[in-house]
Design a protein around this ligand. Structure first.
Ligand code: F6R
Length: 567
């Protein structure tokens, strides 16, 4: 659902659509109109269905004040009660409440507002209203050629272009226009007028000196560059990303290792793909560094934080740096005095700002919703940290360089085989992926990548878990992708594959040695602990080719957003 708004001759023009961005039927009729100010938003439905009425921007009763909102106003029902009598609500959203609150406070609701009546400056009203909202929110309010923005928890970044200002919830969106940005901190607001940008602390109302930062991403990274989709472009960028980490991440890894060594109790937290990287981290730390770390999906960390203390270290992994499921527990951990490490891809993001120690992933802009290169960069960094903790950083770097070569080989030499296997998989409704040890998280990540872009139900399992229930689902022809590197897990995972085959399953092996049990096989060179990087590549490609085979857009899977800024 998306909406746009422009001002022409002092009049607000609004256009809203339900559907996919980029769909030709959604072409904007507004594009032919002239205006120096515009506001647009893609809504990810939380309160109220996917309808035009619920799409942003929301207007006040007068139609002169417009708002877009990211986040959830947790106390919206209570706030709405007092407005219902005077104000006409057109949507079921929590967002619309904010615009009516601003209207109410500015005294704009009465049609009899005399022209001479002194209306409070927009910034002052927005500030007062924002202070009344609970939850993590970011808003942009537009009135009379002026924009006021405010943020707490949800992302907001300002772009400084040549003769223009821009506001976005993701810095990557600004890249085609400018690389000069101001990352608003939590509890800050800004007013943007013809004469410039002023930033304020919301609580104290004091002016804040803006810190302008330069994005070191290249504009090409936000373009398709000859590829059909961002997902495949980003998959092919992975060798470069891994090499960069292997060649340049030395001092920062050593510094981080010192921080980890000092901690008493270390946690890895992340969501989705980032959590799968956390799980890899736990195995890598155990195997290479003989160090114990706890890991848990970030959205559950709130309920498992009772033993956090001042010497605990919480390491958050996140591509966007804006995932609310990660931000919330980090806030609580901070309150308990724990120290935070951010391993994120987006400079200036909320998690980046919250952290005591920071490491940038350097994967470059990731545009496809399904994370590929940011995931592989997380694995690369975690391998280096694990080796760094036992003073074997050079060994880790060498391993990464070899992994980059193998990923490159896979992308060129195995791609046709992978495409052929994807065609076989595409007709199925259910796929299983299994692995053990370090490959357990590969199985989870493979399943996530394949299901999110192909909409085929794919379940990732630890090989040993099959016989505890899921094997009941295997019948004639059920495909199972088996991650079988030549390590301590090999024999046991091949046994699990044999158990599936005995029940009619179709076995797709990923590993260095061809086994009799494999019906199809993707050969991946063994690279010890770095095999986790190479083994996930076939799964990323399976996901991509499955989506293509099924006529789906792999870059924008249904129901998903690139930055998950709501709970
Ligand atoms: C899957 C995917 C998601 C994200 C998750 C966390 O391909 O991209 O599972 O990994 O939403 O996002 P970040 O890493 O931005 O915190």
């Amino acid at each position: 659902m998306s909406g746009k708004l422009k001002v022409e001759s002092g009049k607000l023009l609004v256009e809203k659509h339900v559907g996919k961005i980029g769909n030709s039927t959604l072409n904007s009729q507004l594009s032919i109109l002239k205006s120096s100010i515009a506001l647009g938003h893609t809504r990810w439905a939380t309160h109220g269905g996917v309808t035009k009425e619920n799409a942003h921007p929301h207007l006040d009763c007068s139609g002169n004040l417009a708002l877009v909102h990211n986040g959830i106003v947790e106390n919206y029902q209570e706030l709405k009660k007092s407005l219902k009598k005077k104000h006409k609500f057109k949507s079921q959203t929590d967002s619309e409440v904010i615009v009516h609150m601003i209207e109410e406070l500015r005294g704009l609701i009465s049609s009899k507002v005399e022209p001479s009546t002194k209306v409070q400056p927009l910034k002052d009203t927005v500030r007062k209203v924002f202070l009344k909202l609970t939850g993590l929110n970011a808003i942009v309010v537009m009135n009379d050629g002026e924009l006021v923005v405010a943020k707490n928890g949800s992302p907001l970044v300002l772009g400084i272009g040549s003769g223009e200002y821009l506001v976005a919830s993701d810095a990557a969106a600004l890249l085609p226009h400018t690389n000069k940005v101001i990352f608003l901190r939590d509890n800050q607001m800004a007013e943007i007028t013809d004469s410039g940008v002023n930033i304020f602390d919301i609580a104290s109302d004091e002016a804040v000196t803006p810190k302008v930062e330069i994005l070191n991403w290249k504009i090409e990274e936000a373009n398709l560059g000859g590829h059909k989709h961002f997902m495949i472009k980003e998959i092919y960028e992975q060798p470069k990303v891994i090499r960069n980490i292997s060649e340049t991440y030395i001092d920062q890894i050593s510094d981080l290792c010192k921080v980890i060594e000092k901690a008493h109790g270390t946690f890895f937290i992340g969501a989705g793909t980032a959590f799968n990287a956390c799980l890899a981290g736990a195995y890598l730390f155990s195997k290479i560094a003989k160090a114990h770390v706890n890991t848990i999906v970030a959205s559950e960390f709130n309920y498992l934080e009772h033993f956090l203390h001042k010497e605990t270290l919480v390491i958050a992994l996140s591509q966007s740096g804006e995932t609310i499921d990660v931000i919330e527990p980090l806030k609580r951990a901070k309150e308990k005095g724990a120290k935070i490490v951010a391993i994120v891809n987006n400079l200036g993001s909320t998690i980046w700002q919250m952290a005591d120690y920071k490491l940038l992933l350097g994967a470059g802009v990731e545009m496809a919703v399904a994370s590929t290169k940011a995931y592989v960069s997380k694995l690369s960094v975690l391998i280096l940290i694990a080796y760094g903790l036992v003073n074997r950083l050079d060994e880790g770097r060498k391993l990464l360089a070899e992994a980059a070569d193998e990923v490159e080989r896979l992308l060129f030499e195995e791609v046709e085989n992978i495409k052929k296997i994807a065609k076989i998989l595409a007709v199925h409704d259910h796929i299983f992926t299994i692995g053990r040890g370090l490959s357990y998280q590969t199985a989870l990540e493979a399943a996530l990548k394949m299901k999110e872009v192909s909409y085929i139900h794919t379940e990732g399992l630890a090989g040993g878990e099959l016989k505890h229930g899921p094997i009941a689902l295997i019948s004639k022809g059920t495909p199972c992708v088996v991650f079988a590197p030549n390590d301590e897990t090999h024999e046991a995972i091949i046994s699990n594959a044999t158990e599936i085959k005995a029940r009619g399953g179709l076995i797709i092996g990923v590993g260095s040695k061809k086994s009799e049990v494999f019906d199809e096989w993707v050969q991946v060179r063994d690279l010890g602990d770095a095999s986790i990087i190479c083994n996930v590549i076939p799964a990323q490609l399976f996901g991509y080719f499955l989506a293509i085979e099924k006529g789906l857009d792999p870059d924008k899977p249904r129901n998903l957003a690139k930055s998950v800024t709501v709970k």
